[in-house]
Design a protein around this ligand. Structure first.
Ligand SMILES: Nc1ncnc2c1ncn2[C@@H]1O[C@H](COP(=O)(O)OP(=O)(O)OP(=O)(O)O)[C@@H](O)[C@H]1O
Length: 366
């Protein structure tokens, strides 16, 4: 078990990288605390697998170091790093029984038959595999085989960390939810650092205590699911997390007032020092934007209302730009002329995509 430090890590698959565009991983400095349940979340191609492979030793970084506690493991091969890895597709020995498969990583390291068997049975109980322990793996479903792979990753208690690379891809959608909760329970029971790579926000937010969001080779925010929702540090996080994602509106800010398409929005914070060269945007989640009648807020054109279970989401257009808003129970809008009211406590201002802290104004939020 270990705390894992990525010390100014960067990686390019090119032998002669010239600029940032040649790097699959831009400079990353990050600490994974011992025992944490982390998700590494980002869209396809953002560098998640590259980062995971650098931690496990499959890829040597172009720059920077990897430390397990104080020990520099950058030049150590995978076998010497004591990492367990679970991949998208099952890695099981078909000719072995489930029990033998689960015990294999332990037997391979010289653990006695009795101890390996007892631990295999403990992991089987956690993953609900007890009833198939004596069966050959060859005849099992893809779901069960992937559960065995998960079990093989979890069976050693001495690993520095367990890395999961999109581990539920082959799992039946009905079972996914259940297995995610099981993994979370197992994490609590075993106290092992777990890093779970996914492009699926639901998987990330239900599994992890801390989510590391990647975009274009860089970590753009690390935070709890609540922090990512309440205070996205980058417009990418606001847009990528949430369903629908955050509304992002180009604006001009003067002090504590934002000007959006000729309308003004009062802010709870002032922004006296916004960089003039950067793109300035206002971000607000649909949960904090209320659809109202024309004249009661920023004028918009109502396109449709989606019923998404317990809530309704209005799809509107402001100067041709699509936005989403919550629909209060008691509102009735005639035709397509409507307006939006923003909750000022949940408005964020971004410069060049990055959140700007601003300064509290009298009567505003702290
Ligand atoms: N072996 C390689 N050689 C050259 N370029 C690579 C190699 N592996 C990945 N890349 C490039 O590096 C970037 C990051 O890829 P990576 O696989 O790490 O992203 P990812 O977020 O894991 O995506 P996915 O979810 O699709 O696997 C991509 O532009 C990809 O094309």
């Amino acid at each position: 078990m270990a705390r894992i430090t990525l010390d100014h890590l960067a990686h390019s698959y090119r032998s002669d990288p010239r600029g940032p565009q040649d790097y699959a991983l831009k400079e990353i400095h990050h600490v994974w605390e011992q025992g944490g349940a982390y998700a590494l979340l980002g869209p396809s191609g953002c560098g998640k697998t590259t980062l995971l492979n650098i931690i496990s030793g499959l890829v040597h970084p172009t720059r920077g170091r990897i430390l397990f506690d104080e020990r520099d493991v950058t030049d150590l091969p995978t076998e010497a790093r004591n990492i367990a890895q679970v991949f998208q597709f099952p890695v099981v020995y078909d000719t072995m029984t489930v029990r033998e498969n689960l015990a294999f990583p332990l037997r391979n390291r010289g653990v006695s038959r009795e101890r390996a068997r007892a631990r295999a049975e403990e992991i089987a109980r956690l993953l609900d595999l007890t009833r198939v322990l004596g069966r050959k793996a060859s005849n099992l479903t893809a779901d069960l085989k992937q559960k065995i792979s998960l079990g093989r990753g979890l069976v050693r208690s001495d690993v520095a960390a367990i890395l999961f690379d999109e581990p539920l891809t082959v799992i039946d959608p009905h079972l996914k939810w259940q297995l995610r909760s099981t993994l979370k329970e197992i994490h609590r029971a075993l106290d092992i650092t777990m890093i779970y790579v996914t492009h699926d926000q639901t998987e990330a937010l239900t599994f992890a205590d801390k989510v590391v969001v990647m975009h274009d080779g860089a970590v753009v925010q690390t935070g709890t699911p609540e922090e990512l929702f309440e205070r996205p540090a980058h417009t990418f996080v606001g847009h990528f997390i949430g369903s629908p994602g955050m509304n992002i509106l180009p604006c001009r800010v003067e002090g504590a007032t934002a000007h959006v398409d000729g309308a003004t929005v009062a802010l709870r914070r002032a922004y006296p020092r916004l960089p003039e060269t950067e793109r300035i945007e206002l971000g607000i989640r649909p949960e904090f934007v209320r659809l109202c009648r024309r004249g009661e807020g920023l004028p918009v054109r109502l396109r449709r209302i989606d019923d998404i279970g317990r809530t309704r989401i209005a799809r509107v257009e402001m100067s041709g730009r699509p936005l989403a808003a919550s629909v209060p129970d008691d509102i009735s809008v005639e035709g397509d002329e409507a307006a939006l009211a923003f909750d000022p406590r949940h408005i964020h201002i971004y410069a060049g995509g990055h959140l700007v802290a601003g300064e509290p104004v009298e009567g505003g939020s702290p």
